[in-house]
Design a protein around this ligand. Structure first.
Ligand code: SAM
Length: 273
């Protein structure tokens, strides 16, 4: 798990994001959620997907939601902003959690959005704590998926739901590396959708929604061509999170989607009453 942690640990991330905001002429006291989304929603189809997940989740303002593998907290903040929920985000990366907390303060959202650095496979919460869980594109880095889902199940209250939006394997192997979540195969643990479904059920959940979003992922990456020469990167972008080879990673993701090596699943899993 150490190499996964260091993959997601850029130095001085918060200040780099602030420099990026300054360089595009944003006044820090006026920064909005939308200004940050090029860097803080690190998943396929970004803020569009987050809005779809918010609709799907039907979380209400009285709820306390856990965001497992929250990154720098873009979707954590968006979820709280749109629904009024109290949201706690956890992530393996201390550097991401530090940036997540400071960006949340910059937006003055710290009353309703909290963060904690820990692993999804050892959640530091009591049984039956949360009214909902969501987890966005983290499972790829988790080898023991049953342990992760058992932890999610344990901390959820009975009758409550987990929203999962996850990259899975597909019919073909191997995956072309590097990809946005992994430099090589030692950090990537993809299972095909059917195996993902089985492990969700094995953790005790009932699956009430199962949407294959692979075609939408393919459309989103259809224009990614093989990068040549020095990459032209924006002032704010996910290269700040996982390195300057992001265009190669995005291109490989496109190939993996087109060649049926990777799929994208959105699902709702309910802990029975
Ligand atoms: C592709 S990013 C997605 C981040 C965030 N959900 C988002 O959509 O912006 C994957 C995230 O999973 C986190 N992660 C990987 N393995 C983890 C684990 N075992 N426990 C908690 N977080 C983990 C990484 O640190 C990273 O922030």
């Amino acid at each position: 798990m150490k190499h996964i942690h260091s993959y997601y640990s850029p130095n001085d991330l918060y200040n780099k994001i602030i420099d990026g905001l300054n360089n595009i002429g944003k006044e820090l006291s006026k920064v909005t959620l939308d200004d940050l989304h090029p860097v803080d929603e690190f998943h396929i189809r970004g803020s569009v997907a987050t809005q779809e997940l918010i609709k799907l989740a039907e979380f209400t303002p009285d709820m306390h939601i856990l965001d497992v593998g929250c990154g720098v907290g873009g979707s954590t903040r968006r979820l709280s902003h749109e629904t009024g929920c109290l949201v706690t985000g956890i992530d393996l990366s201390d550097e991401y959690i530090d940036a997540a907390e400071r960006l949340t303060q910059l937006l003055n959202m710290q009353e309703r959005v909290k963060f904690h650095a820990c692993s999804a496979t050892a959640l530091p919460y009591d049984d039956n704590t949360f009214d909902g869980v969501w987890s966005i594109q983290m499972n790829m880095n988790v080898e023991d998926k049953l342990l992760w889902l058992q932890e999610v199940y344990r901390v959820l209250k009975p009758g409550c739901r987990a929203i999962l939006y996850e990259v899975c394997g597909h019919k073909n192997t191997p995956v072309h590396f590097p990809v946005p979540w992994a430099q090589d195969g030692s950090m990537s643990f993809l299972v095909p959708p059917e195996a993902f479904r089985d492990v969700i059920k094995a953790a005790g959940f009932d699956i009430t929604v199962w949407n294959d979003k692979t075609d939408l992922a393919q459309k989103a990456f259809a224009n990614m061509s093989e990068p040549k020469g020095e990459p032209q990167l924006p002032e704010l972008g996910v290269h700040m999170l996982v390195g300057h080879d992001i265009l190669t990673k995005a291109y490989n993701l496109r190939r993996n989607l087109d060649e049926e090596r990777v799929s994208l699943i959105e699902t709702v899993a309910v802990k029975p009453d």
